[in-house]
Structures are given as C-alpha cells and as structure tokens.
Design a protein around this ligand. Sequence first.
Ligand code: CO
Length: 134
Amino acid sequence: MIGRLNHVAIAVPDIDKAAAVYRDTLGADISDKVPQPDHGVNTVFINLPNTKIELLEPLGEGSPINKFLERNADGGIHHICYEVDDIIAARDKLVENGARILGSGEPKIGAHGKPVLFLHPKDFNGALVELEQA
Ligand code: CO
C-alpha cells in the first residue's frame, strides 16, 4: 500500500536557524518558509535528490508540536511521510486492520496541497506516520 518516502520531518525551535544549517553547513537546496496555519506550524522543505526533509516550527497558540519540543528542546525527528495512491482506500484498510487515525479521521490538506492523514505512533513502532496522497 505505501509507496515512496515523501519526507522526514524534523521539529525545531527556530526554523530560520535550522534552515541556515541545511543551506550553509550542509549545502542543501531549501525552500522559502511557508506558514501552515491549519496545521499550527511554519515549514521549510529541504530538497534532496531522492526525498525531502520538512523542518517544522510552532506557529500560533497550541501548536501540535509544542509538546514534542518541550520533551526535545533541541528539536528532533517528528514524523515520516509515505505516499499512497488513494488516501481514503488506505485509511479504510488501516482502520479495518485496527490502526488508529489521529484527529477526525478525515484527510486534511497538507503542506504540498494534497490530502494527508496522521497515524497513531503506538500502532507504528513509536513513529508518527503521515500518509500523503501522491
Ligand atoms: Co509532514
């Protein structure tokens, strides 16, 4: 069911600083910073030849990554995103197999303008999994 690795997301306390490390120290191609108010984060994408890294910084009150950053003050790997062909079919199959979908269970539009869902880390070896419709 899952296809390509779309991105690995790293939550950071200061996205400008983190983006500068990728740009200047690691020599990576980085996107502009984009606010995602629906998701409570600012994002910067690091474009690698085979995948992307998504830097996340809290945006606004009650950002969903605040708790993560309280536990990981320097930042850390927050989630991994796999592509699926049909997000509704993927969700229904996961639910049928007992996996838990976070939030309402309905896809939201993600950072690339495509529908995404998040899966409960307890069902996936402690890793928060995002699915994005390819
Ligand atoms: Co993501």
